[in-house]
Design a protein around this ligand. Sequence first.
Ligand SMILES: NC(=O)c1ccc[n+]([C@@H]2O[C@H](COP(=O)([O-])OP(=O)(O)OC[C@H]3O[C@@H](n4cnc5c(N)ncnc54)[C@H](OP(=O)(O)O)[C@@H]3O)[C@@H](O)[C@H]2O)c1
Length: 324
Amino acid sequence: MRVFVAGASGAIGTRLVPQLIDRGHEVIGTFRSPGNAGRVWALGAEPMVLDLLDASAVRRAVLETEPDAIVHQATALANLRDFKHFDRTFAQTNRLRTEGTDALLAAAREAGVRRFVAQSFASNRYERRGGPVKTEDDPLDPTPVPAMRETDAAMKYLDEAVTKAGGIALRYGGFYGAPNDGLLAPVRKRQFPIVGNGGGVFSFIHLDDAASATVVAVEHDTAGIFNIVDDEPAPVREWLPVLAGVLGAKPPRRLPRWLARLVAGEVATTMATESRGASNAKARRQLGWTPRYSSWREGFAAAYASTIPTDERKPHPATRSAHS
Ligand SMILES: NC(=O)c1ccc[n+]([C@@H]2O[C@H](COP(=O)([O-])OP(=O)(O)OC[C@H]3O[C@@H](n4cnc5c(N)ncnc54)[C@H](OP(=O)(O)O)[C@@H]3O)[C@@H](O)[C@H]2O)c1
C-alpha cells in the first residue's frame, strides 16, 4: 500500500515509517519543520512538508500522492512544560486533532482513500469511578477537570469523526522508549512525586509497540476504537519507584494531595491519584496484535538501563521480573 503518514518526524512517526517499509509499504512522510526532510528521507519515506492546519495544502498533498491509507500522527507536544494551564499548553495539538483530522478526512473522502488511522489517547480519559482498568466500551470521564476540558473534547472529537468515517482511532497509552521521553528528567530530578496514596492508574506503551499496532491497524479493514496499551496498567506508587530505579535516580518523594494541587495543579493531581488504566484485550482479540513489551517493567529496563553509567547500574528493590 501507499501510506500517507502525517507527523512522520515525531516520536511515533519515526518508529512507524521503518516498520511500514519493512512490511513492504511505500510511505509518504509529512512533517511541519522543513529541517526534518532529511530525517524522514533517511527513514525510507518520500518526505513532504505539510501544515495540517492548512486544509487546502492537505487536500493538494493527498490528491497528488494518491495514498491507499492515511495515518494521522501529528501533534505539537514537544517541550511541554505548563501542565497547570493544560488546555493552553495543548491548544495547538487540540487544533491538529480537530481541524487537522477534518482536513485529512475531507481529503481522504475526495481522493477515495478507504483506510484511515489516527492517534488518540487512552490514559487518564476514562471515568474515574469503578474498576481500575477500562475497555473501549466503558464510559469516558463525564466530568474532566475544568483545566483540561478542551483537550478532552478534542480527543473525543477525533475518536468520533474518525470512526464515523469508517476509520480507526488508536487510544495509545503513555509513550516511552526514547531517550528524551518527557518523564525522564523530572524523575531523575525527583520532581515527579507520589501524590497522596499514588493510586492513579497509568497505562503505558513502548513506542515500538505503538508503531507495530499502527501497522496492524493500517493493514486491517475495520473501523473502531482500540486501546493500544501494555498488559499491566499500574498505579503510580508501583511504576514510579521502578522507573526511578531503572534510571539510577533516588526514590520519588511523597506529596500530600493538597500540596500537589498547589504546586502542580488540579490536572496533574487528579491524574496521579484518580485516573484509570486501559485494557488491550480488544486489540489483541480483533487486530491480532501483541505487544513485544507486555509490561513497562521490562520495557523501562530495555529502554533506559543503557542511559546510566555502567558502574551506577543496580537492580532497584521494587523491580521484579515480568514473569515472576
Ligand atoms: N501517547 C502519548 O503518551 C504521547 C502522544 C504523543 C506525543 N507524546 C510525547 O510528546 C513528546 C513530543 O512528541 P513528538 O516528538 O512526536 O513531537 P510533536 O511536536 O508532538 O510532533 C509530532 C509530529 O507532528 C508534526 N506536526 C507538528 N505540528 C504540525 C502541523 N501543524 N502540521 C503537520 N504536522 C505537524 C511534527 O512535525 P515536526 O517534527 O516537523 O514539527 C511531528 O512529525 C514526545 O516525548 C512523545 O513521546 C506522547
